[in-house]
Design a protein around this ligand. Structure first.
Ligand code: F6R
Length: 248
């Protein structure tokens, strides 16, 4: 997997933000929509900060942008502190000129019996706008991308999943205690992610070093779903020095 190691996450995030901005502008110049797949969590926040800055200082417009977020906890109300709807508004959507009708985030309020159909529709909506041009990813310590935990297949679709114990431990501080972390989430599947025309995975800090080494140098395995990215022909990794520490 093509991998760039930059001295700091700030520098790497600026590089990624510039690439996103160039894509948005080149699509706009052709009168086309730009379809972005977006992630939440601590990893992409500096990219969103840079995109907001580019909107304010450099006139970068999001008028032609359509977004699909990877995942949302289930159940989750959109106004709750930990909701990814709230996260995306706080870091990006409230500060740029995106049309909120073009924003898609899995809905954590859907009735359980309707989740299956909801997920089919989410997937169909991605296809109906021509697929994702650029998918941003972080990576969990379990090797998850989106919330595709170990055991997810390479063709898995958008669906409800059970969060791994380690993922719930890592989310405990956001929820003030592990028992408050939801047990489920709705996530785009690995299959959904693999359909993206371009994928950028970012990882910062020593906590990610082991799983990054396993993902880049290990065998493709459902035990580490991020290894499926070895099979995607247009994926780029951006790491800071600490996240790259276990690479041989
Ligand atoms: C978030 C997501 C997750 C995170 C991963 C890393 O939408 O899909 O896969 O990217 O859990 O989280 P952070 O960035 O908080 O280390």
């Amino acid at each position: 997997i093509p991998t760039e190691i930059l001295p700091t996450s700030q520098l790497a995030s600026l590089t990624v933000a510039r690439e996103i901005a160039e894509l948005i502008k080149s699509k706009a110049a052709k009168g086309e929509k730009c379809v972005l797949g977006l992630a939440t969590g601590s990893t992409p926040t500096q990219v969103y900060n840079q995109l907001v800055r580019m909107h304010k200082e450099e006139g970068l417009s999001f008028k032609n942008v359509i977004t699909f977020n990877l995942d949302e906890y289930f159940p989750m109300q959109p106004n709750e502190l930990q909701s990814y709807v709230r996260f995306m508004k706080e870091y990006l959507f409230d500060h740029v000129d995106i049309d909120m009708a073009n924003v898609n985030i899995p809905d954590g309020t859907v009735a359980k019996e309707d989740v299956y159909e909801y997920c089919r529709n989410y997937e169909a909506k991605i296809d109906s706008v021509g697929g994702i041009d650029l998918q941003l990813l972080g990576i969990g310590r379990t090797g998850h991308i989106g919330f595709n935990e170990p055991g997810s297949s390479i063709t898995s679709p958008t669906r409800m999943i059970t969060l791994d114990h380690i993922t719930r431990v890592d989310a405990a501080s956001d929820f003030f205690a592990q028992e408050n972390v939801p047990r489920h989430a709705i996530t785009m599947g690995v299959g959904t992610i693999m359909k993206a025309k371009k994928i950028i995975l970012m990882a910062w800090g020593e906590g990610k070093a082991k799983v990054i080494a396993r993902t880049i140098e290990g065998e493709v395995s459902e035990q580490v779903p991020a290894t499926y990215l070895q099979r995607h022909s247009n994926t780029q990794f951006y790491l800071d020095i600490s996240a790259s520490a276990e690479l041989t």
